[in-house]
Structure formats: C-alpha cells, structure tokens
Write a protein that binds this ligand. Structure first.
Ligand code: ADP
Length: 298
C-alpha cells in the first residue's frame, strides 16, 4: 500500500496570445478544469500503474471538488481519508501565452486544512502502508506530523516541493528525499550547508544524516544517492517532450509503487524514469500518466 498525504487541486487553464495587464480583459482559448495538485498527481500515477493507493487530503464544499477528484476516483484510489471542509477546493489558475510562458496562481483552499490534527486523525490510512509520501503543498505542521505515524518497517518518501522550512528531523526521516536541482540547493541552505551545485548539495545532505536522496534532473535523468554507497546515475529515457507538467509527480508515484513492492531504490528509480518520460509525451498531468498495460519507453 502507498499512502499519499498531500494536496488535491482543480487546475483551471487558459491559453492566451499574451498575458493580460492589470485591468485588461483578453480573449483566450482552453478553459478546461483538470485534476491536479502534487499529492493527487502522485497518487494517481501509482494507482494507474496498478498500485493500491490511499489518499489523505481535503477538498472544499464547492463545485470544483468533483473535477479535482475525477482521476483519483477513476484510478481507484481509496478516498476514505479525504475530508470535505467548508470553503473552496484547492485551485490553480494557469495562463499559458503563445511563447509557452505560464503564470500560475495557487489558491490552497481546503489543502490549508491539512494541519497536524487532521493528518493525525487519518492515522489509519498511514498505518499499514509500505510507503508514505508527502510534498510541500499542505501546512508545515501537517507534514511534520507524518514521520511519527509511519510504521517502523515502512519508508517515508519526502518530496519538498515547494520547499518549506521543515523541522530538520522530518527531513532526516525521509528515505528517500526526492528533489529537483532547485529544491536540493534550498534544502541544503536550510541545513546551513554551503555547496556549489545540486549534486554537491545532496552529497553534503547525506553527510548531514539524510538516508537516501533521488535527485531528478529533467531531461538529464536522475541520480540515486544512498548513505554508504556510491551514487548511481539513472540516464533519462529519450522521448519527444510535448508537455513536462507533472513529470516529476509521475516519477515519484512510480518510484513509490516499486518501493512498496520491495524493489531496491536504484531499480525503482530506473522504472520511475521511464514513467516520467512517458508523462512528458502527453498533455496535462494526470491525464498523461501510463496505465499498467501501456508500453513504456525504454
Ligand atoms: P520536476 O518536474 O519535479 O522538476 P524533473 O523535471 O526533474 O522534475 O523530472 C522528473 C523526471 O521525469 C526526470 O528525472 C526524468 O526521469 C523525467 N523527465 C522529465 N523531463 C524529461 C524529458 N524531457 N525527457 C525524458 N525524461 C524526462
């Protein structure tokens, strides 16, 4: 079982020729509401590949909760621990211009209710999990409550995106910590580590006590670093990228699924790189994720 404690959003996107100025009204196209949020994306990625997945999160009482939950439901994710709280569902308002440049406004909405008390109340969903995942889109104290609930024989996969100022012990509980280059540097900064480059930052974080790190490098693949072992480069799978939205989340969902099956971290990361590559060949986040029967690029 993979349990995801994290965000659930509705993504509202529009395509415009250029971004509007304050006070200006422009015509656009698109206008779809699609399911998003890093937590939900990762849960859907693992479930579509055949995993047994539980989601711990919250949606609002507005009409956006249904589109936000659409793919989670379709993928068979257990939503018993998804609460409905008064107010709006998490919402991302995305505009993309002709040059592909985007602006994004994230309204946390119900995700802001995922504090320590609510996470602790969902302990039943965490107990019995082989892998528990969290990201940075719920309140800090909600994330900090997770390590204490994770069974001793389970892994806590922490993806600090965005990077919050988490208690050091929470970062040290991660096994693995999954970061992109930018996040690696920020986490190292918080540990007071001066480093040049993301790889050096990760090496220093291992020395500081982090058990294992997966550093994702976009089209350059990933690096797996485990305490006491040499680092292993995972080459990227070559594909024609159409839309990289949610590739990191597809990678993490796939990684968690394989870790829950008992695979070593390096093997899990090789599989995750193929799933991440698959995700960049299709538009959107959850809709671009592979199902168990799909051919993955090698
Ligand atoms: P994030 O979106 O969190 O910054 P990355 O961009 O590092 O994450 O992407 C996560 C993973 O997805 C990469 O490690 C890689 O395996 C895969 N990936 C991302 N972009 C590409 C690409 N253009 N071609 C092939 N694989 C990719």
């Amino acid at each position: 079982v993979v349990t995801v404690v994290g965000s659930i959003n509705a993504d509202l996107s529009a395509v415009v020729q250029r971004h509007p100025s304050p006070g200006e009204t422009l015509h656009g196209t698109g206008g779809e509401i699609t399911p998003g949020g890093k937590g939900a994306n990762q849960a859907v990625a693992a479930a579509k590949l055949g995993g047994t997945v539980r989601m711990v999160g919250a949606v609002g009482t507005d009409a956006n909760s249904e589109p936000a939950l659409l793919e989670l439901r379709a993928a068979g994710v257990d939503l018993t621990a998804v609460d409905e709280v008064p107010g709006p569902t998490g919402l991302a308002i995305i505009t993309v211009d002709a040059a592909g440049e985007n602006t994004i406004i994230v309204v946390p909405g119900a995700n802001g209710a995922m504090d320590a008390a609510r996470v602790t109340a969902a302990r039943a969903a965490v107990e019995g999990a082989a892998v528990v995942i969290s990201q940075g889109e719920i309140p800090r104290d909600g994330i900090e409550a997770i390590p204490g609930l994770v069974p001793t024989d389970a892994r806590f996969l922490l993806n600090p995106a965005p990077v919050l100022n988490l208690e050091r012990s929470v970062v040290l509980a991660a096994d693995p910590l999954v970061v992109n280059e930018h996040e690696a540097q920020l986490v190292a900064d918080q540990f007071g580590i001066a480093s040049s480059g993301a790889t050096a930052a990760c090496t220093a974080l291992l020395t500081a006590g982090v058990r294992s790190i997966v550093l994702t490098l976009g089209a350059d693949g990933a690096v797996v670093m485990e305490h006491g072992s040499d680092s292993v480069s995972i080459p990227a799978v070559t594909v024609t990228a159409v839309d990289t939205t949610g590739a990191g989340d597809a990678f993490i969902g796939a990684l968690a699924l394989k870790l829950a099956d008992g695979d070593p971290l390096v093997d899990a990361a090789r599989f995750a790189a193929r799933v991440g590559a698959y995700a960049v060949t299709g538009r959107g986040a959850q809709t671009s994720y592979p199902s168990a029967g799909d051919d993955l690029p090698a």
